[in-house]
Design a protein around this ligand. Sequence first.
Ligand SMILES: Nc1nc2c(ncn2[C@@H]2O[C@H](COP(=O)(O)OP(=O)(O)O)[C@@H](O)[C@H]2O)c(=O)[nH]1
Ligand SMILES: [Mg+2]
Length: 188
Amino acid sequence: MNSFNCLLIGDGGVGKTALASVFTQNIYPEERIPTVVDFMSRNLVHNNQPVNLTVQDSAGQKDYTRVRLTQYPACNIIILCFAVNDKNSVENVKSYWLPEARHNAPSKPIILVGTKADTRHDSQIQSSYLISKDQSEQLKKQCGACLYVECSAKDRSNVDLVFVSAIKVLKGEIVQNPKPKLKICDIL
Ligand SMILES: Nc1nc2c(ncn2[C@@H]2O[C@H](COP(=O)(O)OP(=O)(O)O)[C@@H](O)[C@H]2O)c(=O)[nH]1
Ligand SMILES: [Mg+2]
């Protein structure tokens, strides 16, 4: 069986744990459960072949950087998350997460994920900020990410797409973006 390991990174509160939990257990945690390190796994069938995908959840807080850095070597692919309604989390993609990922896993593929996509249409939540589709595509190019996927753990939209896309990238079914448009020295 093919076994792959993906690492979720991104600011605390963007919904990494909710994404991993919905994908592996179909449970959406309403409350934030602070994570340090967690592993979840799911078996699925891809192109008629069984695949085991381990999802490494990580702590977004900078206090846990040392713990998080130990998680990079085991992963095959990085899922870099921001929340579509959280400008800080978007800015931190370039200023913090991409440099950390590129330093600790220089050649591993990255999928850029915009979480909480439900906030685009939820009239109960008045988001003062929402990243535009153009801005997120631009960010994808700047990160050298192979894909941008927007999802919502809350309404379960595109959750499987995030992880199936990771499997497709790892199996060579999606061509990786050869070079990031921004060099690390431009980002720092
Ligand atoms: N509206 C919305 N809220 C979400 C979504 N995913 C997570 N949240 C909420 O955002 C908060 C932080 O989620 P969590 O998964 O703990 O974030 P993490 O710190 O990145 O692991 C929690 O209150 C979740 O219920 C989502 O898809 N949509
Ligand atoms: Mg968490």
